[in-house]
Design a protein around this ligand. Structure first.
Ligand code: KIV
Ligand code: NA
Length: 275
């Protein structure tokens, strides 16, 4: 079982870290078998699984349920769970309770928090209490309402400088890893070089210590908008569509179920039945 120490060592040895999201047991089993290093139970599940149009409606209970499912599917992989919208802002006590539930009840090995400022102090408190924390900077989808949309972050010198400073601060606060979303590759490169903790990029170019993608985007499951930074390694949507269409047609035309899908009674039992 890999640990936060493994990931730091991987960075030191220039060994790339592979992270992917997962939200249920079968996908967790598949990604574990494929050899990913870290599973993220992302609040992106709000969009790709629950059908919301942002991560804002996702609750702590949602994250607990999906983390439990992932843990049942992947017993030997490090699991990080997102703390959802406004579950780590109102008080330290509530933040601690929510983090405790994600680790004790759901079984997360670490939790992930979005944002800078006061969140950085929260990272420090959680770390001191024994909670491994993954920080998330750059495009932080829980702030979509404030940002007014999803945009690449840190494109100009001022905001880039701020991101570099925030990255240093999350490391100082004790974060075990940093997810950097939608930033120019040159900036991600600078940040990854400056930190001793692994920087996992999404839409952050090739020079980070690892990459993360959303499972559904990678396998082409669903028909949402696919951002530029996604590479679709497969497109399973038409495969599922064709399978279900065939099922519909075969039932309508009385071609399913066939003999091979059917149970039968022995003739003598039929005779006894009819008397
Ligand atoms: O929720 C999520 O899937 C994430 C990744 C995109 C980093 O936070
Ligand atoms: Na997320």
């Amino acid at each position: 079982m890999k640990t936060t120490a493994t990931f730091k060592a991987m960075k030191k040895n220039s060994e790339k870290i592979v992270m992917i999201t997962s939200y249920d047991a079968p996908s967790a089993r598949l990604v574990e078998e494929a050899g990913v290093d870290v599973i993220l139970v992302g609040d992106s599940l709000g969009m790709v699984v629950l059908g919301y149009d942002s991560t804002i409606p996702v609750t702590l209970e949602d994250m607990i349920m999906h983390t439990k499912a992932v843990k049942r599917g992947a017993k030997n992989t490090f699991v990080v769970t997102d703390m959802p919208f406004l579950t780590y802002h109102s008080s330290l006590a509530e933040t601690m309770t929510n983090a405790r539930r994600l680790m004790q009840e759901a079984g997360a090995h670490a939790i992930k928090l979005e944002g800078n400022g006061a969140v950085i102090e929260t990272i420090e408190q959680l770390t001191k209490a024994g909670v491994p924390v993954v920080a998330h900077l750059g495009l932080t989808p829980q702030l979509v309402g404030v940002m007014g949309g999803y945009r690449v972050q840190g494109k100009d010198a001022e905001t880039a400088k701020q991101l570099i400073e925030d990255s240093k601060k999350v490391e100082e606060a004790g974060a075990c890893m940093l997810v950097l979303e939608c930033v120019p590759t040159q900036l991600a490169n600078l940040i990854a070089k400056q930190l001793s903790i692994p920087v996992i990029g999404i839409g952050a170019g090739i020079n980070t210590d690892g990459q993360v993608l959303v499972y559904h985007d990678l396998v082409g499951y669903g028909n949402g908008h696919v951002p530029k930074f996604v590479k679709q390694y497969a497109n399973i949507t038409p495969i599922i569509h064709d399978a279900v269409s065939s099922y519909v047609n075969e039932v309508k035309e009385s071609r399913f179920p066939g003999q091979e899908n059917t149970f039968t009674m022995k003739n003598e039992e039929l005779d006894r039945l009819y008397g």
